[in-house]
Design a protein around this ligand. Structure first.
Ligand code: GLU
Length: 397
């Protein structure tokens, strides 16, 4: 059997792979602390679960409209109006099976052989892979810690070519937690509108901004920018609903229609029960989101202070999301038990073997010399994990 060319260089998602490995090791009796998974540690709030149970009991278990039920689309439209100052109509919204699926549908509808998509690095692991599956070429724009891991308008413009189809802005960012300011977004929007580049704004972490930093959707900056944007979001992170698989996209009608047709010929509707639950999440009480954010904020401080107190580690304090992306470059070229630690993959393996801590190597996000730590775990695990890391790196020679 000869597999298709598109899978010949395709690898599984590294974030999911690390998470699965940590779970398997735990099940075998290892005392693993997993900083790998990008998912909140708390349970889905009760009002959301109760709505799902009710919808099962009422027999809401059949096909729905491919692009999402009206009730959920209404809740999403109201959310955009309330939280982002954006007005969309029903035919400008598509509900899909998670944020990843929204981006997948988008690339299938928009990108083809010869097209380029600009992706600032560090990036979320699946952006380049999904662009490539569609036949496109990811154009990576490296950013650095000194610039707060944010792409400047100059960096963006210098990577635009006649083949550029879109640029991805992910604020707050996975994996760095960086949040773009309104001024920075305005400068990027100016370039995008002038050069005619569609902005894909992945806002899945919008509810998780700290220290008075507020999330602004780039699409809300002007009428022109709204017409040049597609906003991606979902309920996974804000409502601890990763397993329910509900994401959504909002953008120009023609694009949404094409994405809906792709969905119609692939998954059909997202799970009927999850859609009901997502509608309750978005329009119901929001106190659980605020509580979760406060919890993350406390852990963020402990993890950042803890990492910065380890010799050889430096860690920027992120303004959003629940990740930190510390620099561990100082340990590369060291050894343990005769094994060389040459890169972030070796370092992540070293932490797993020597400290029973699971992290994702920075190279998976297009940034060698770093690791990603998700601090969406209990405070005890944060504290114990930092302690183990400190002891382990002491053993490096
Ligand atoms: N977005 C999460 C993460 O980065 C979930 C896993 C994935 O789909 O990548 O860990």
């Amino acid at each position: 059997m000869r597999l298709a060319k598109r899978v010949q260089n395709l690898k599984e998602s590294p974030t999911l792979a690390v998470t699965a490995k940590a779970k398997t090791m735990k099940a075998k009796g290892w005392d693993i602390i997993s900083f790998g998974a990008g998912e909140p540690d708390c349970d889905t709030p009760d009002n959301i679960k109760e709505e799902a149970i009710r919808s099962i009991e009422e027999g809401f278990t059949k096909y729905t409209k491919v692009g999402g039920i009206d009730e959920l689309k209404d809740a999403i439209i109201e959310k955009f109006r309330r939280d982002n100052g954006l007005r969309y109509s029903m035919d400008e919204i598509l509900v899909s099976c998670g944020g990843k699926h929204s981006f997948f549908n988008l690339c299938q509808a928009l990108v083809e052989e010869g097209d380029e998509v600009i992706i600032p690095a560090p990036y979320w692991v699946s952006y380049p892979a999904i662009v490539r599956i569609a036949g496109g070429t990811p154009v990576i724009v490296p950013t650095n810690e000194d610039g707060g891991f944010r792409m400047t308008p100059e960096m963006f413009e210098s990577h635009i070519t006649p083949a550029t189809k879109a640029v991805i802005i992910n604020s707050p960012s996975n994996p760095t937690g960086a949040v773009y300011s309104v001024d920075e977004l305005e400068a990027i929007a100016e370039v995008a509108v002038r050069m005619g580049v569609l902005v894909v704004s992945d806002e899945i972490y919008e509810k998780l901004c700290y220290d008075g930093t507020s999330h602004v959707s780039i699409a809300s900056l002007s009428r022109e920018m709204k017409g040049m944007s597609i906003v991606l979001n979902g309920v996974s992170k804000a409502y601890s609903m990763t397993g329910w698989r509900i994401g959504y996209a909002a953008g120009p009608k023609r694009l949404i229609k094409a994405m809906t047709d792709i969905q119609s010929q692939s998954t059909s509707n997202p799970t009927s029960i999850s859609q009901k639950a997502a509608a309750e999440a978005i329009r119901g009480p929001q106190d659980s989101v605020l509580k979760m954010r406060e919890g993350f904020k406390r852990r963020r401080k402990v993890v950042v202070d803890g990492l910065n107190s380890i010799d050889g580690v430096s860690c920027m304090e992120p303004a959003g999301a629940f990740y930190v992306f510390p620099n561990i470059a100082g340990f590369l070229s060291k050894r343990y038990n005769g094994t060389a630690v040459n890169n972030s993959v070796d370092f992540a393996n070293f932490l797993l073997d020597e400290a029973e801590i699971a992290v994702v190597p920075g190279v998976a996000f297009g940034a060698e010399g770093h690791i990603r730590i998700s601090y969406a775990v209990s405070m005890e695990d944060v504290e114990e994990g930092i302690k183990r890391m400190r002891e382990a790196v002491d053993r490096l020679e």
